[in-house]
Design a protein around this ligand. Structure first.
Ligand code: DQA
Length: 144
C-alpha cells in the first residue's frame, strides 16, 4: 500500500510551534517513527505553506497512484474552497487529520472545506492522529 501524507501551512514548525497545542516532536522525527512502525506501507510526505502547491500535490496523488492521502490542511482547512474542490476532484481517498481537537477550539476552526469529500476525519489525538489514519486505510484494505 502506498500512502501520501500532505501537511499544510506552519506544520513545518511542529515541535517548536505552540508546543502546548501541537506537542514537542518535529514531523520529521514522527515520520521516521511511522516509517519504522509501518514497514509494509510505502509512506511519502509532502509539506507546503502554499495553497496551490498543496492542490498540485493532491492532483499528483492520482497520477502517482497513491492508494490514499492523509491530509492535514492546517489553517487552509477552514478557508480554502479550492483545496476542498481538489479533494472532490481526485480519485484517491482522502482522510482529513488534525493534531488538535478542532471542535474544542475557536468557532472558526469548526468549519472544514475538506470534510464533505473526505472518507473521514481524525482530530484531537495529537500526532497519533496520523497513525490512526494509516490504520484506517490498512483496515479498509483488509476489508474490516
Ligand atoms: C490543525 C488545526 C488547524 O485549525 C490549525 O490551523 C493548524 C493545525 C491541527 O492539526 O490541529 O494549523 O490542522
Amino acid at each position: 500500500m502506498k500512502l501520501l501524507i500532505i501537511n499544510g501551512p506552519n506544520l513545518n514548525l511542529l515541535g517548536r510551534r505552540e508546543p502546548d497545542v501541537y506537542g514537542e516532536t518535529s514531523f520529521e522525527d514522527y515520520f521516521s517513527e511511522l516509517q519504522f512502525k509501518f514497514r509494509e506501507v510505502e509512506l511519502a510526505h509532502f509539506q507546503s505553506n502554499v495553497e496551490g502547491e498543496l492542490i498540485n500535490k493532491l492532483h499528483e496523488a492520482d497520477k502517482e497512484e497513491f492508494d490514499g492521502v492523509i491530509l492535514n490542511a492546517a489553517g487552509y482547512t477552514h478557508t480554502s474552497v479550492a483545496l476542498g474542490d481538489a479533494v472532490a476532484a481526485i480519485e484517491a481517498p482522502v482522510v482529513e487529520v488534525h493534531i488538535s481537537n478542532v471542535m474544542d477550539r475557536e468557532d472558526y476552526r469548526h468549519t472544514s472545506f475538506i470534510s464533505k469529500n473526505a472518507v473521514g476525519v481524525i482530530s484531537g489525538f495529537g500526532l497519533d492522529s496520523y497513525r490512526l489514519a494509516i490504520l484506517s486505510f490498512m483496515e479498509q484494505e483488509q476489508g474490516k
